[in-house]
Design a protein around this ligand. Structure first.
Ligand SMILES: C[S@@+](CC[C@H](N)C(=O)[O-])C[C@H]1O[C@@H](n2cnc3c(N)ncnc32)[C@H](O)[C@@H]1O
Length: 371
């Protein structure tokens, strides 16, 4: 199966709101903050080729969005598709299309997030990033797991971080807000990328964050531009692993760290549905050993694997109790409608079982690129 480009045209609107991609914005930190000489000049986000500038929606007709100038390479064959074409079908594999649709349905929306804030007694206009973290992370362990990964990956002030498959941007915001990083988030689902962008703006983090709606298999970021590349709960739904990990390694600066918080296959039968897949066509699990071998082949040195399978079990037990009760009572919770809660609880039951019997594993590891 060959995954192709998914950068879609900029004229696509995010439902229920003006598209956040339409605003030109800085999203950058000064060069001095990168420790790279402090040369004054036009501001641009990390990983974006110099000399390019952001293109406004009204002028851009190419497939590259949330980006900079549409250079010559983006013309011709990559011109916009006819209006009305389902953007999800634009050169994405069946698997990628299903994955994006899956998360577009199951993740919290911007409006859902705002409702959840209000239910918690928080004025959305005064919300802080941490007010969102109860519902803006789509991985086992939530905020605690993100913090553990940030510490393991050594994310610090001024680091240029790339968060791949960022969902609605919960971990990205944490890296920017708590750890002082400048963060670029790549996300396949246009819906989730739009939510991430709007939530960044809501909590005032936009100046240090950039959201790109693109595939991890072909990221429009500059080679070697990131100190840390993060990926949480994404690889298990992408079949083209050589290409995926090749992209992650390409984005890393010499001496940079790849911080993974991922799910691996274990021994024995899987129970379905999984959190990311209702059937096998949406899943691409592999054993940890295969992932480690791939990292080494790419010239990365993997460190210790911290197995969090037991924590994962407890996480899903908590979801089943909390969201299961709300779903049974037909009420929304954490910005999710009762029918969404019910689907996520069904997946959590299977996930908890799989982690308990060892047919799934989850954990963290950091691999370092040679300096
Ligand atoms: C389980 S969610 C995790 C989201 C986020 N990393 C987090 O931990 O909150 C998986 C995310 O990966 C995204 N994803 C899957 N395949 C992708 C691809 N080829 N390129 C970019 N993102 C992808 C999905 O759309 C989804 O938002």
């Amino acid at each position: 199966m060959t995954e192709i480009f998914v950068h879609r045209r900029m004229r696509r609107r995010i439902p229920q709101s003006p598209s956040p991609f339409r605003r030109p914005r800085a999203g950058v930190r000064p060069a001095a903050a990168r420790g790279g000489g402090g040369r004054p000049g036009p501001r641009r986000p990390p990983g974006t080729p110099p000399g390019r500038r952001r293109q406004t929606a009204s002028r851009c007709t190419c497939h590259w969005r949330a980006l900079w100038q549409c250079g010559a390479g983006h013309r011709g064959a990559r011109r916009a598709r006819p209006t009305g074409r389902d953007p999800m079908t634009d050169a994405i594999t069946d698997q990628g299309r299903k994955v994006a649709a899956h998360w577009s349905t199951l993740a919290v929306s911007y409006d859902g997030a705002v409702s959840a804030l209000r239910e918690a007694g928080i004025d959305p206009a005064a919300a802080r990033p941490e007010d969102l973290h109860a519902f803006d992370m789509i991985h086992m362990g939530g905020l605690a797991a993100t913090d553990a990964l940030a510490l393991q990956g050594g994310i610090g002030a001024g680091d240029r971080v790339l968060d791949v498959g960022a969902g609605v941007g919960g971990s990205s915001r944490r890296f920017a807000d708590r750890y002082g990083a400048t963060v670029t988030s790549v996300e396949l689902s246009e819906t989730l990328a739009g939510t991430a962008e709007r939530l960044n703006a809501l909590v005032g983090l936009s100046p240090r964050m950039t959201v790109i709606n693109a595939s991890a298999l072909s990221m429009p970021v500059e080679t070697g531009a990131f100190d840390v590349v993060v990926m949480q709960h994404v690889a298990m739904q992408i079949a083209e692993k050589d290409r995926l990990f090749g992209e992650l390694a390409r984005a890393l600066a010499p001496g940079g760290r790849l911080a993974l918080h991922e799910i691996f296959s274990g021994e024995g039968e899987l129970r379905w549905p999984l959190a990311w897949a209702t059937d096998a066509s949406m899943s691409a699990l592999e054993p940890l050993d295969a992932a480690l071998a791939r990292l080494r082949a790419l010239g990365l040195s993997p460190g210790e694997f911290v197995d969090e399978s037991e924590l994962g079990q407890r996480f899903h037990q908590g979801i089943i109790a909390r969201w299961g009760a709300a779903a049974d009572e037909g009420r929304s919770l954490d910005g999710l409608a009762p029918e969404v809660l019910a689907k996520r609880v069904a997946a959590s039951r299977a996930m908890e079982h799989n982690l308990r019997v060892g047919s799934l594993r989850v954990g963290r590891l950091v691999a370092v690129r040679a300096a």
